[in-house]
Design a protein around this ligand. Sequence first.
Ligand code: 8YV
Length: 320
Amino acid sequence: MPDFEILVTAPINPAVIAALEAQFPVHCLFNQVDPEAFLQSVAPTVRGLVAAGPILANGVSFATDGAFMSGFPNLEIVANIGVGFDNIDTAYAKANNIVVTNTPDVLTDETADLAMALLLATVREIPQADQYLRAGNWLRKPYRLTASLRGRRLGIIGLGRIGKAIAHRAQAFGLEIAYHGRNQQPDVVFAYHATPRALAEACDILMVVAPGGPETRGMVDANVLTALGPDGILINIARGSLVDEAALIAALQNKHILAAGLDVFASEPKVPEELIAMDQVVLLPHVGSGSRATRAAMDQLMVDNLISFASGRGPLTPIF
Ligand code: 8YV
């Protein structure tokens, strides 16, 4: 498709760039010495953008906001690698008839697996116990006893595809499940709570799975954490923006909650020193979807969206 020029905004897998180059003329913005001058030269003819969320971008990406998109007079599609699309100004895209695609489904099970692994690691202190053994401490005395998953109630904020996959797994672990979301879902048997605070009051594990963006920013605040209680465990695999990070640090320091397992952070890849210094947290570098197979499937879905759209068959997974 020689007349469908693509601009890649983030340093994605080189193999994916090669796959795009087999179909389209491709420009890469992220490795330019003078990105502004480069943009000026290519922007008029670019019809598709490849965007990526926080982890692939790793701070090098260009925000796909309205100001950025407005520099492309012939922009028709933004293809995102990632199911979350809070890195894209979707209101601007919609208003300007720009299609936005994401990569749902192909990462659902991988991310749900990681959520359960992070929950177990946090409750049973798996990284801490591993560290204890490696430091030779086991030779002196057994590892301390930990909290337990038994008899716990799991509250899921955001019962979408990934939230439901987590609920399915959590049922097999014998957990009682409740949820909060924008709306109660008529076909769901789990107890619904209209606010994050009410959910936190009813549970002792809070699993954050809802999308990022202005609507959910800071929804897990000091009040919600206090409601979770001193045995409470917070797991966040969604976006750092959903949790008031300063309130979380204070809640952990003051023992208003027991522990936290975090795969995402407010300003990742920067993680607050206070969290790094704590023993009651498990911290992961945003690896929810990060297996080779799942990332390859996400990459392929992004490429397939562009091919399908550019050849007139429409996008495969548009967000609106
Ligand atoms: C991605 C994610 O790895 O899909 C998402 O929304 O958070 C991760 O799975 C990342 O955003 C890719 O850019």
